[in-house]
Write a protein that binds this ligand. Structure first.
Ligand SMILES: Cc1cc2nc3c(=O)[nH]c(=O)nc-3n(C[C@H](O)[C@H](O)[C@H](O)COP(=O)(O)OP(=O)(O)OC[C@H]3O[C@@H](n4cnc5c(N)ncnc54)[C@H](O)[C@@H]3O)c2cc1C
Length: 489
């Protein structure tokens, strides 16, 4: 095959967040030559790594919108998909609590909105039921949503891409699309080391989807970034939060209000705030917001005061509504460009985009399938190989693994109980990503109390033993090198 032929695809997806990766996996069911291009050194480096990780049930979005349709369809798909891909997730249920009688009317309105959207089994409950469901929650009244859940958003994103890869899709990391041309029969995308030709493009570039669209000559979209800051607590065996607790959402506000969410790893998230910012990459954590998060979260769960915080982070919402507040609501944009047939825009995919991703992916396949015959592969594999998590095994299972391979007996991360075998598996990932953050996200090393103080030198040592030289070792690819030279030879 010539270089020209090898760089010709049926569909190219731009952007390796949860939405792009879900689209890639859904397309990998069919006999298509497909490629995902991601600017960063790993998947889920954008919005998809920094959110609440809540599987929304669909009552927060206005009826009749794409947001509502994709949310509720996605709710039914995401649990099955997470199961197939062995991604940590749990159907926890969720409480939206009103601290006094004033909030009850808003809860009733939310329930009615959810029912119009076909969100199943919503109930308004009083204090007794609240305490039975979650003893740590404050609140006089609550909207109880039993089908809400939690998921590890970056592990889900990586799993979707690895499944697609296993089914024949290609993934190119550190490949920003810098220019685009079209000749009426397809598109030519420029990345730093190649020219890629394709019949279809799915623009799933998150915060930068407006810019990618304009590279293709499609103007008129503008994404406004809104930052959401979070705090993470240390684990505490005595304070075991079972489910997310949300406040009554602010009317016409840009977010759902500061909520408290358990993670799959038994930490608790507080946040997010919601502030319009100028720079789409500004993920700073600020002292002012940290104070505000604690104040608001303590109202929902007074016992939270007992916990200490180990980390903060921020995610950026890709909003289509302008900060002046002239327009209160904008729906997801999921459409093929009329002016550029073959170009599909996914723009303004803010919350509930994580939950909606599987449904959006199916919609993209329908759109392409409406224009050409898609032939399904008979050997599509919907899952991916599973590796046990040492932290979750009982003593008998642990002993058996250590007897098979002593690497299961060497602890690399003490806070999260991650062994050398798990780190080695993370380094040997199919997409050949070996940046430190990527290994940490895949193995959970460095996510605990010491935030990498103990495990980072050990991960570096394993990387060296696997043949990586010091100049190849980065935190997140590009220029983020871990080493610049030796002090002592
Ligand atoms: C604070 C916050 C909380 C949220 N909470 C929830 C929640 O609890 N539940 C829920 O369902 N949803 C939630 N969401 C929404 C959800 O996180 C997003 O809708 C989803 O992650 C968007 O995924 P994406 O793939 O569209 O974008 P991204 O994850 O940002 O992916 C886009 C990718 O495109 C890449 N890219 C950009 N430009 C280029 C280029 N030129 N060439 C190549 N690649 C490029 C970027 O590097 C990035 O990796 C939340 C969002 C935020 C901000």
């Amino acid at each position: 095959m010539s270089a020209e032929q090898s760089n010709f695809y049926d569909v190219v997806v731009i952007g390796g967040g949860v939405v792009g990766c879900a689209v890639l996996r859904e397309l990998s069911r069919f006999r298509l030559k497909i490629l995902l291009l991601e600017r960063e050194a790993d998947l889920a480096e954008g919005i998809s790594k920094a959110n609440s990780g809540v599987i929304h049930a669909g009552f927060n979005v206005p009826p009749g919108t794409l947001k509502a349709e994709m949310n509720v369809k996605g709710l039914f798909d995401i649990y099955e998909l997470a199961q197939q891909l062995s991604v940590p997730h749990k159907k926890t249920g969720k409480l939206v609590v009103a601290l006094d009688d004033d909030g009850k009317e808003r809860l009733i309105a939310l329930k009615a909105q959810g029912e119009k959207n076909s969100t199943p089994d919503l109930e308004i409950i009083g204090q007794e039921r609240i305490k039975a469901l979650e003893p740590l929650a404050a609140g006089k009244w609550a909207l109880w949503s039993p089908h809400t859940g939690i998921i590890s958003p970056y592990q889900f994103t990586v799993a979707l891409a690895e499944c697609a890869w296993q089914n024949g899709a290609s993934v190119r990391l550190e490949s920003p699309v810098t220019s685009i041309s079209t000749n009426g029969h397809g598109f030519t995308l420029q990345i730093p080391d190649a020219e890629i030709k394709t019949r279809w493009v799915v623009n799933s570039a998150g915060l930068f989807s407006d810019i990618v669209a304009s590279l293709a000559g499609i103007d008129g979209y503008r994404i406004f970034p809104y930052r959401g800051e979070y705090l993470i607590t240390d684990k505490d065996d005595e304070l075991n939060l079972r489910l997310p607790i949300y406040p009554v959402p602010p009317k016409d506000g840009p977010g759902l209000g500061v909520h408290i969410t358990p993670t799959m790893e038994h930490n608790i998230l507080l946040g997010p705030s919601a502030d319009a910012i100028d720079d789409k990459r500004d993920t700073a954590s600020t002292r002012r917001i940290m104070t505000q998060l604690k104040r608001e979260a303590y109202d929902l769960m007074p016992e939270l005061r007992k916990l200490s915080f180990i980390h903060s982070y921020a995610g950026i919402r890709p909003k289509l509504v302008d900060p002046a507040g002239n327009i209160k609501f904008k729906d997801f944009v999921i459409e093929e460009s009329a002016a550029k047939p073959g170009w599909i825009n996914l723009i303004g995919i803010e919350s509930p985009g994580l939950t909606a991703a599987p449904a959006i992916a199916k919609r993209i396949v329908q759109m392409i399938g409406a224009k050409e015959d898609l032939s399904e592969k008979s050997d599509f594999n919907p899952g991916r190989p599973e590796l046990p998590r040492f932290a979750e095994l009982d003593d008998q299972q642990r002993t058996r693994l250590v007897a098979e391979n002593p690497d299961w007996g060497e602890m690399v991360c003490r806070c999260e109980t991650v062994t050398r075998a798990e780190v080695a598996h993370a380094i040997d990932n199919p997409l050949n990503v070996h940046a430190l953050d990527a290994i940490k996200r895949r193995s959970r090393c460095g996510m605990g109390r010491c935030q990498g103080g103990f495990c980072t030198p050990r991960i570096v040592e394993i990387l060296r033993q696997k043949g990586y030289s010091d100049i190849e070792l980065t935190k997140r690819g590009g220029q983020s090198r871990l080493f610049y030279g030796k002090i002592k030879e």
